[in-house]
Design a binder for this molecule. Structure first.
Ligand code: C2E
Ligand code: CA
Ligand code: CA
Length: 396
């Protein structure tokens, strides 16, 4: 141990505990606090190299107040700012810290990627313990590597499952959402929550998205041959909406497959739009100009402002399933979904409810005027060929 100390202030005890464990495993001293006032009571002097990991959103004294107070002290630790809210806020806080002459090492959004954090803590001798860490942090996923995922994308180990979306007023099939899975040679079928974050962190998400879009178009053509005409939705990630040639890439794929741009909907989550809004606005507007439809996914879980929503030419709004699955029992969830429906219609968007698991929910959504439903009540996601049988068996 050397005499550098890493301080942590975060109102969530679990977060303090997790970050403390990471710092300790990295071989450094750590002191964690859930109250900023306690921190200021106890710590009055810092050594060179000391770092404070500071959560911005805290009820008692928030991170901005902590920075202001630090700036009045004799000497200060360097800072890493952490926040669960939007990136815009983080960068505003970073500017504010710099204006106070504080040494801001970086800003991190929650959930914190520990692998990004470790090298920042001690720029001299940190890497020794990281092997140890990978098992500790993510016992399940340490078995999935970037190289394997790269291989999987190149060698068709990925497969798409399709989940139907029905128009509530008529019960007709309008569209499907393509959901990716990894058919892993040893581990079997792996769900996206286990490898999309890896794709995003390792720079493979662009390749993955291209594969998904391409495969979707191939499948859509097969369905057209069987007289099944519908729109297909594909999920895209934050990095994709930062890639300036995405609209051209997708248009080329559509042309190569002789498909109409309106047969494709791209689903973007609210949180994906939190980065560089100008860049994503540019890309999304050009996608829309080319006739591709845009859906705002997991709506209600992020922090997009109404004016922001209005600037982006979305055609569809998907209310998050964490609200939808409670609307028959929880009046607050019902109010949220109802508001989403009214809001969506007000700005000319179709509203999709995902996570519809029973008849009661379907009927309530129908009464609330929701346009489209998706969920286990209708069907789980299934492979493309099974999908055709499903449609036939239901006479859709
Ligand atoms: P999502 O876009 O919100 O997708 C909906 C998820 O909810 C899917 O899980 C789906 O199977 C599940 N679901 C659908 N109906 C119900 C229901 O009635 N009840 C419950 N409990 N769950 C339901 P899945 O396939 O595991 O996908 C998880 C997430 O992975 C997706 O969430 C999406 O964010 C991401 N994802 C999936 N495919 C892709 C992809 O090709 N590219 C990218 N970037 N992300 C993807
Ligand atoms: Ca989605
Ligand atoms: Ca969703």
């Amino acid at each position: 141990m050397n005499d550098i100390t890493i301080y942590i202030i975060d109102d969530e005890p679990e977060m303090v505990e997790l970050l403390s464990d990471v710092v300790e495993l990295a071989g450094l001293n750590v002191q964690g606090y859930t109250l900023a006032s306690k921190f200021f009571e106890k710590v009055i002097h810092y050594n060179p190299g000391d770092i404070l990991l500071l959560d911005l959103n805290m009820p008692e004294m928030d991170g901005v107040e902590v920075m202001r107070k630090l700036s009045t002290q004799q000497n200060q630790p360097a800072l890493i700012l952490i926040s669960g809210t939007d990136k815009g806020l983080l960068s505003a806080a970073e500017k504010l810290g710099k204006a106070h002459n504080l040494d801001i090492i970086t800003v991190l959004s929650k959930p914190v990627n520990i692998y990004n954090l470790i090298p920042l803590l001690n720029r001299k001798n940190i890497t020794a313990h990281t092997d140890h860490l990978s098992n500790y942090l993510n016992p399940l996923d340490s078995s999935l590597t970037k190289a394997d995922l790269h291989y999987a994308i190149q060698n068709n180990q990925l497969v798409l499952y399709y989940q139907p979306q029905l128009e509530i007023s008529t019960g007709k099939l309008t569209s499907v959402e393509a959901l990716v899975r990894w058919n892993h040679p040893e581990q079997g079928l792996i769900f996206p929550d286990r490898f999309i974050p890896l794709a995003e962190h390792s720079g493979l998400i662009g390749d993955l998205t291209s594969w998904v879009v391409n495969e979707t178009m191939y499948q859509n053509q097969q369905w057209l041959k069987q007289n099944l005409k519908m729109s297909v939705s594909v999920n895209i990630s934050a990095d994709d909406v930062m890639s300036l040639n995405l609209p051209e890439q997708i248009t080329e794929l559509l042309n190569n497959n002789s498909l109409d741009p309106s047969s494709l909907t791209l689903e973007v989550t609210e949180s994906a739009l939190m980065g560089e809004l100008v860049t994503s606005l540019d890309i999304l507007t050009r996608l829309r100009l080319k006739g591709i439809k845009l859906s705002i996914d997991d709506f209600g879980t992020g922090y997009s402002s109404l004016s922001q929503l209005h600037k982006i030419p979305f055609t569809e709004l998907k209310t998050d399933r964490s609200f939808v699955d409670k609307i028959t029992t929880d009046s607050e969830a019902r109010a949220i979904v109802k508001t989403c429906i009214i809001l969506g219609h007000e700005i000319n968007m179709k509203v999709v409810a995902e996570g519809v698991e029973d008849q009661q929910t379907w009927e309530l959504l129908s009464n609330l005027g929701c346009d489209i439903a998706q969920g286990y009540f209708i069907a789980k996601a299934m492979p493309g060929d099974v999908f055709v049988d499903w449609v036939n068996s239901r006479n859709l």
